[in-house]
Design a protein around this ligand. Structure first.
Ligand SMILES: *Cc1c(COP(=O)(O)O)cnc(C)c1O
Length: 459
């Protein structure tokens, strides 16, 4: 017999969002301004425009426009792979024996395999509109590079991706997808930039780092005519584009009069979580709901639960503006045996502020338990989740089991950000039982904190 609430709730094309939701516009206390690292004064658009597209900069600095129109050219891009399904986890509920209703928004059905395409499209669109011809970016795990390669193919732009060397060796298929879409993939560090050459001189056998790849991508963007740099998480304009996830989820739930009691998302730099919660958090701030929000991070990279709230650089090369955020320090390096993703040292400034103000909760989970949850989920729901997404699954299951104890029939919504087809080496380690948990000691964290700049604003 069919369910009263369908297993998959879809929106029609007409019901898809026409506006993004800018959460900062409805916050009573706003995040602190981004600072220029030289002057320590708030950055201006002119400071950022040599690096980023003009429209991205405008959106980055806009904390007053609540609803930002999605241009037709981007709605057109979204229609190629959206709306994404909102899925009722009937099989998981049954398996857990919980009275809770569990829903998840699944962003993994496009070829890049994750939500990152939701911001890659807009960033490529704005670059094209501005008359640019080239973009550069970095990629670690490979999802962002793949999403940008797809978006650049769609809008007709050239893309160079600096891919962390070890990752380009470990994930040759990711590299192959990007190249097939027409992107140029350069293992980083490389001899194509001053930043790369300098690092290679000091350590020719280095396996590379995200910090170094960012430095190379920014350098190339600044030195190349009609070229800018794009980033896939952490920044406010990326969260704005990702609000399409939350808006679609809300529209789908509204069709059946469902209002979530708990919303859960994994957090690396914060983009999917910020996007998923945006309209729901707006309701909470307005006093129209009592929804709880939970960010889930890996215990090996705990920027919310054990980080400091301070002005810090976004990259290890200390080239970016300073952002006040939850951070482990730009010099923090998560343990090498961490396979679960979400390794970034900092957290988006909006989410950091909501956390400080008690509107957002956070939990840190160890990777063996995250993979246990992933496997439990895939056996009943059928989807192989990305390790990153599985952090949210872990806490959704915990909350559902809590309901089983108390008998409460709560509505739980979580973000399933992607598939794990390119993360099978992590699943192989899990199956071979070689996956371990390494949680940093307080001493390990102190080393990272020492890299946070000693400026008056941080004292
Ligand atoms: C990049 C990524 C994340 C984490 O990034 P956020 O910016 O924190 O959302 C989570 N899940 C998947 C599948 C990703 O590719």
């Amino acid at each position: 017999m069919a369910h009263k609430i369908p297993t998959r709730i879809y929106l029609s094309e007409e019901e898809m969002p026409k506006y993004w939701y800018n959460l900062r516009a409805v916050m009573k206390d706003k995040p602190d301004p981004i600072l220029h690292p030289g002057t320590l004064k708030p950055v201006t658009a002119a400071d950022m425009e040599p690096v980023f597209c003009k429209e991205a900069v405008r959106q980055e600095l806009d904390d007053t426009t609540k609803l930002v129109p999605i241009p037709d050219g981007i709605q057109d891009f979204y229609r190629a792979y959206r709306p994404s399904a909102l899925i009722r986890a009937y099989y998981l509920e049954k398996d857990l024996g919980t009275p809770a209703e569990i829903y998840y928004k699944f962003e993994g059905t496009n070829t890049s395999g994750s939500h990152k395409l939701n911001s890659a499209g807009p960033q490529a669109y704005y670059a094209k509109e501005e008359g640019l011809e080239y973009l550069t970016t970095e990629t670690g795990a490979g999802q962002w590079g793949t999403a940008m390669a797809m978006a650049c193919a769609f809008y007709g732009l050239d893309l160079t991706v600096y891919m962390v060397k070890v990752s380009s060796q470990q994930k040759p298929y990711r590299k192959a997808v990007m190249e097939t879409y027409g992107a140029k993939v350069i293992p980083s560090p490389s001899d194509t930039t001053d930043a790369g050459r300098k690092i290679l001189e000091g350590d020719p056998d280095t396996s590379g780092s995200l910090g170094c790849a960012i430095s190379e991508a920014v350098e190339t963007a600044v030195k190349t005519d009609k070229c800018r740099y794009v980033l896939g998480s952490v920044l406010n304009h990326v969260l704005l584009h990702q609000s399409v996830i939350g808006l679609e989820a809300k529209a789908a739930l509204d069709k059946y009069g469902i209002s979530p009691d708990i919303i859960i998302g994994c957090a690396g730099g914060g983009s999917n979580l910020g996007g998923l919660i945006a309209p729901f958090m707006g309701d909470k701030i307005a006093g129209a709901s009592k929804t709880r929000f939970i960010a889930v991070e890996p215990a090996s990279c705990p920027s919310f639960t054990r980080g400091r709230y301070a002005y810090d650089f976004g990259d290890t090369g200390k080239m970016t503006p300073l952002v006040r955020m939850q951070t482990l320090g730009n010099g923090f390096i998560p343990s090498a045996n961490h396979a679960g993703g979400l390794r970034y040292h900092g957290m988006n400034s909006v989410l950091s502020k909501l956390y400080r103000d008690g509107l957002l909760e956070a939990r840190a989970e160890i990777q063996t338990e995250v993979f246990d949850a992933a496997v439990k989920f895939m056996k009943v729901e059928g989807i192989l989740p990305a390790p990153e997404s599985s952090h949210a699954i872990k806490v959704a299951i915990d909350e559902a089991l809590e309901c089983k104890k108390t008998g409460e029939k709560k509505v739980i919504l979580f973000g399933l950000t992607g598939t794990g087809y390119f993360d099978l080496s992590a699943y192989m380690s899990y199956n071979e039982k070689t996956l371990t948990d390494k949680v940093p000691t307080d001493e390990d964290l102190e080393k990272g904190f020492a890299s946070i700049p000693d400026i008056p604003q941080n004292r």
